[in-house]
Design a protein around this ligand. Structure first.
Ligand SMILES: [Zn+2]
Length: 191
């Protein structure tokens, strides 16, 4: 799939809950391939950003499947780890705000409060249960993706703050974005 297959706000599907996967069929394996190719195609069009992860809803499939980049620091490593029916079984550490962006929210970054440590349960592509701890940026990314499976977009966490939005300039530096510009970019009306 291509970057054009990634849906963006105000598409209402981004606000819908995804369904649990009951049987891991060939269609799920194909979905994971489509998510990976769409993520990589999007990244290839963005000189300053990496595609850290993607949820199936972002290519308009409402199943609880996410993929997470295996190496956030090296754009040459293009492997993703699929997580099926991912859930957070425990929140730990502190709550810290940091910048997030989203392939489904065009041109906007914002500071989102997240837990610094989580414990995660999911299925792998063979249907085996996996459990692991995540912290730092990985914990943030997984919280962002699990939000997608629940119909939540990162800006929903900061909707009441008028000075919390940023955009990337041509050099890849974050610049403050006015609330009105943010609304205009994403055609949003929140009430
Ligand atoms: Zn996202």
């Amino acid at each position: 799939m291509k970057k054009e297959d990634i849906i963006t706000l105000p598409n209402p599907h981004l606000r819908q809950k995804s369904s649990r996967v009951h049987v891991i069929t060939d269609a799920i394996h194909a979905l994971i391939k489509d998510m990976t190719s769409a993520s990589i195609d999007w990244e290839d069009s963005r000189p300053h950003e990496i595609s850290a992860a993607l949820a199936a809803v972002q290519i308009d499939n409402l199943e609880r499947v996410v993929i997470v980049r295996s190496d956030f620091d090296d754009k040459a490593v293009r492997d993703f780890t699929p997580l099926i029916n991912p859930e957070i079984v425990k929140f730990e550490g502190n709550i810290v705000s940091d910048y997030e962006g989203c392939l489904s929210v065009s041109g906007v970054y914002g500071k989102v409060p997240r837990y610094t440590k989580i414990r995660v349960k999911a299925l792998d592509t063979e249907g085996n249960e996996i459990r692991f701890k995540a912290e730092g940026f990985l914990a943030r990314v997984i919280q962002h993706e699990i939000d997608h499976t629940n119909g939540i977009v990162f800006i929903d966490h900061i909707r009441d703050q008028h000075d919390a939005f940023y955009t990337l300039d041509d050099k890849g530096e974050l610049q403050p974005l006015s609330y009105d510009e943010h609304i205009a970019k994403n055609h949003l009306l929140w009430d």
